[in-house]
Design a binder for this molecule. Structure first.
Ligand code: SF4
Ligand code: SF4
Length: 138
């Protein structure tokens, strides 16, 4: 019989409740000025940010779960959703072993200005590439 591995990562859980205080959803990578404008609308709201990890864009919503008690316990523990059940306490950015997950975030946009500065940079790069292609064809 295989010996069950002890889950050592659980000991890293600091009971900070951060994992019950936000959620992330993957969003489409913006391509056009209109796409960036739609994201700017999202950033106009409070407690949201946009993260870029590699080529993946994510909407980050900082919002405490309504079932988190004042003492940072889950009030619906036996009926908590699947995502909560799958989460291994301690396997998060608070744990040094998993810190790399957070380090992979290449951009964080918290304001419209940050996003539009990035957009302008990307558009400039696109224009330069297109001009280069045109010169090669000429
Ligand atoms: S799993 Fe991580 S984020 Fe969640 S309570 Fe524990 S240390 Fe905090
Ligand atoms: S349901 Fe419970 S475990 Fe899930 S996010 Fe809310 S407080 Fe945390």
């Amino acid at each position: 019989m295989k010996k069950k591995k002890k889950n050592s990562s659980a000991s890293f859980c600091r009971r900070c409740a951060r994992c019950c205080s936000y959620f992330c959803i993957e969003i489409d990578t913006p391509e056009t000025r209109g796409d960036y404008d739609d994201l700017a609308w999202i950033l106009a709201h409070r407690n949201v940010a946009i993260h870029v990890i590699g080529k993946t864009w994510q909407l980050m919503v900082h919002n405490r779960c309504r079932h988190l008690s004042k003492k940072e316990g889950c009030l619906i523990y036996d009926k908590r959703p699947r995502i909560c059940r799958k989460h291994v306490p301690g396997s998060c950015e608070q744990d040094q072993k998993h810190r790399h997950d957070y380090d992979e975030v290449s951009h964080i946009f918290r304001t419209i200005e940050e996003l539009l500065a990035y957009r302008d940079g990307e558009m400039r790069k696109k224009r330069k590439k297109a001009a280069k292609r045109r010169r090669r064809r000429a």
